[in-house]
Each structure stands twice: as C-alpha cells, then as structure tokens.
Design a protein around this ligand. Structure first.
Ligand code: SF4
Length: 476
C-alpha cells in the first residue's frame, strides 16, 4: 500500500482500482539496477506514480512512461543500462509518444550535455534520488499528491520489509568511488520526518524497516543539534507494530560506542552490521583514502563483537585496485581469515571515469592486469564460501526466529535477526509473521528448517535430522 493521498479519489476507490483497465497512456515501466538506495528510490517513485493514477506495465512496450534508474558504480552496470536503452530506442520507433527518463547515478551534474548528444532516445535526464522531479515528468497524471509518497507501492500486499533513505550523498572521497560525484554532498533528513514516515509505513503493514544511507552512521552531523544514528534508532524503535529495525551501510570511521551500545540494547534493532573494509593492507587503505588502518578496523570489530556477541558482520572488499601488489592482497586475505565475516561482497576493481583510481589505472606500474584481478576475486570468493559455510553450520539444530517475507519456489522465505536467509514449508500463510524454525540444513548462502510449534513438528524435526545424519553416516 502507499500512503500517498489523492485530492479527488477516496481510499476505497483506490484500493479497488482495476489495473487492467488502465490505458497505455497511464502505464509506467520502471527498471532499476544498482544499490539498495536505487531500489528504494524506485519503490518511492512507483508509489507516487500509482498515487497520481498510473499503473505498472509488465513490459516496456506496454508503457507510455519509461524510467531507467541507473548505476555507475561498476562499468558492467552502465553496459546493462546502455543495452536497455537500445531496446527502448526500438520501442520509441513504434510508439514515438513514449517518454523516456534516464535517472540515477549515470546522470551527474557535468555529463548531461554529453549524454544528450549520445542518447537521443532519452527525453529527460534526472539526478539520483530526485523522485519529485521524475514524477513531475509523467505526462498524464489524473490526481495530485497531497503528501510525499512512501516507498510502499502495492495496495493489496504491503512489503514486509521496507528501506527508508535517511541521508543522501557522501562527503568522503574514496579513490575508486563515483558516488560523491553523482549524488553530491551529504544531506541528512530531519529526525521527525523520518520517524513520521516510518510510523506511516508500519501503520500500512510493514514489519521491518532498514534505514539507508551512503554512510548511514554519519547521519545527523549536518542537522541542528547534531543528533546521531543512535538517537534515530531509539526514536524509530518504539513505533508500535514494528518488529525489526536495521541500518545500511556504515563506515568504520563513523561507527561510535554510542551506536554500538544502541544496537546492543534495543531488542528490535537487529544484530546485523555491514561495515565495508575494502582492503586489508594499510598502504592500500591509504591509497583508497579510507581514513582508517587495518588495526583500527580489527579493534572496532572486536569492540562490536564484545558488545553484541551474536552479531552478524558483513563487509565489502575490492580486489585489484591500482597499487594492490600480491603481498597487499595477502593482507586482505588474512583479514578475512581472521575476522571470519558472515558475508563478504567481493568486487574486482572497475575503473570509473573522474575518480582518482581511474587515473592510477592508466599507470602500468600500478594497474593490476584484468586476468589477475579475476583470479584474486575467485580466490577470495572460495575462501569466503568456506568461512560462510562454517559460520552458518553453528545454526544446525538450533531454533531461530524468522521474519517471513513471502513465498519462494513453494517454500516460505524469511530472515533471522542476523539476516540469514531461511526456507521452510508449511500450509499456513506466514507472510509478515515471526516463525520459530528449527534448522535442519545449513549452507554458505542459506539455511533450511522446519517450524518449531508443536509435538508433531518435533517429530518431523527429529525425522529430518535422523535422515540428514543417516545420509552423513553420523549420529544426531
Ligand atoms: S564512503 Fe567512499 S565508497 Fe562509500 S559512498 Fe562515500 S566515497 Fe563511495
């Protein structure tokens, strides 16, 4: 459901509005690549478009308003967008009245005029997160919005878990990253506005909120009175009906004792922290301009684990950054072996025009050959797969609490407090409910289990465990 309010259309009428009856001139198609921030922006745009009388189209050819929400973090994401634009160009030949918007991180302050010549199929270029600007371009609205749209687009089945942006932009200047060039300086949304929005989202049926920011733990430093993320977590935490609260993505330089204490104390704030390290070597961290040393990062992890013993820790790593020697790469590998993260997002370095690393990549004495980058990526992925499998094995035979997000291939799919994916079967509808699940199988990427709710279930669990142990030739 969406919280948008129409001036001329009662809520009951909106709820029963037939999407099938909506003509092509009021159908939109939103296509999104990239990070959670883009997904959240697109959700918000869809909610707003539905609020002004549009309905989604399954295929771009069925829409008169096409929005491509783009990403520039990696060259491969830009290539996907360019592929999609070729498809759109063919469509525009058939339906010249189709309006096309290129939105998101590919559209920076300095490159719109370059794109205008190169991408004639695009009618408008809009900077990241400017939802209202894209909405104003929709050619055939029949209603007006009285309030800003919430990122909850579907009337009938509100999402269980919703991402809420609390901050835009980034003030850092990491060598490899194009985001500050495209999303601008950090801007924190005011606390009251965020809390009110979360309240409305939960009132509509959402059970979990993830607060989003490029450096989410720096939230508030630019606001009057300098509130911090710990204050915001405490304010959102007590919203009636909210079951779980998370935040993404933190930066090690901004992670404070106050924030760690808030996560440890607040029962509905999940023990789940994503803390990108990017490299495990001091010289490389300096080249990357990350603002911390390996030892400082290790100390921070120790502090977090001390305060939140069941915490799930995830990180991001780039391999093959210019200047990454084999020895420096070994430092990253050692860090992963020592810390044993629950999950690591590993990317091979991708040169982004305008960044400092792009200049370094042109220097053959610093650049890592493409083949070597990929070998290092695979090496780390294999290592992490083994670590993740071992870490997840601790859940075997344990009962975990799972917030169920929906169905997936005939099973219920949900997440533990530490954000581990869990699948189980049951005839009841578990969407949006907390299930107690006994884990019967673990792997590096997910867990499988059975409901722990009756004697009958216990018998099924024991049966399943005996079957597993028989297959493994071991006793339970
Ligand atoms: S902290 Fe660094 S990597 Fe993260 S968005 Fe800012 S510049 Fe990019």
């Amino acid at each position: 459901m969406t919280e948008v309010v129409h001036l001329h259309m009662p809520e009951e009428a909106r709820a029963t509005q037939s999407r099938d009856a909506t003509p092509r001139e009021r159908r939109y198609y939103v296509w999104t690549v990239g990070c959670q921030m883009n997904v959240s922006d697109s959700e918000r745009l869809e909610a707003a478009l539905q609020g002004v009388g549009y309905a989604p189209a399954e295929r771009p050819e069925d829409a008169s308003f096409i929005v491509l929400n783009s990403c520039s973090v990696r060259a491969s994401a830009e290539e996907r967008i360019l592929g999609k634009l070729s498809e759109v160009q063919r469509l525009k030949r058939k339906h010249p009245d189709t309006k096309v918007v290129l939105w998101g991180c590919m559209v920076g302050p300095g490159n719109q005029s370059i794109f205008q010549g190169r991408l004639p199929m695009v009618d408008h270029f809009v900077s990241p997160s400017a939802v209202d600007e894209v909405l104003a371009l929709a050619p055939n609205p029949i209603y007006q919005l009285e309030e800003p749209a919430l990122p909850v687009a579907r009337w009938d089945h509100p999402p269980v878990s919703v991402h809420v942006p609390i901050q835009y932009g980034c003030n850092m200047s990491c060598s490899f990253c194009v985001i500050p060039l495209r999303r601008g300086r950090e801007r924190s949304r005011p606390l009251d506005e965020i809390v009110e929005e979360c309240r409305r989202i939960v009132a509509r049926g959402a059970k979990e909120i993830t607060l989003l920011g490029q450096i989410v733990d720096s939230w508030g430093h630019d606001l009057p009175g300098r509130p911090d993320l710990a204050d915001l977590l405490r304010a959102v935490h007590d919203i009636p009906g909210l079951l779980r609260l998370r935040f993404l993505t933190s930066h090690p330089a901004w992670m404070t004792d106050r924030l760690i204490a808030a996560v440890a104390e607040l029962p509905r704030c999940m023990p789940d922290i994503n803390l990108p390290v990017q490299a495990g070597d001091d010289a490389l961290l300096k080249i990357m301009r990350r603002g911390y040393t390996v030892q400082r990062y290790r100390d921070l992890i120790a502090k977090i684990r001390d305060a939140i013993p069941d915490v799930s820790l995830t990180t991001d790593v780039i391999v093959g950054h210019p200047g990454e020697t084999r020895e420096r790469f070994e430092g990253t590998k050692r860090l992963l072996e020592d810390i044993r993260f629950d999950k690591v997002h590993i990317a091979a370095f991708s040169s982004r025009p305008g960044t400092r690393a792009a200049d370094m990549e042109l220097d053959p004495t610093l650049a890592v050959p493409e083949g070597e980058k990929q070998l290092r990526r695979i090496e780390l992925e294999r290592l992490q797969e083994q670590i993740a499998a071992e870490r997840n094995a601790r859940f075997l035979h344990q009962t975990v609490e799972v917030l169920v997000e929906g169905e997936h291939k005939g099973k219920w799919r949900g997440r533990t407090p530490g954000n581990k994916l869990v699948f189980f079967s049951d005839p009841d509808d578990w969407t949006g409910r907390l299930a107690r699940v006994i884990i019967t199988h673990t792997g590096p990427w997910s867990l499988q289990g059975v409901l722990a709710r009756s004697n009958e279930t216990s018998a099924r669990v024991n049966g399943a465990l005996h079957a597993v142990s028989a297959a493994n030739g071991a006793a339970v």
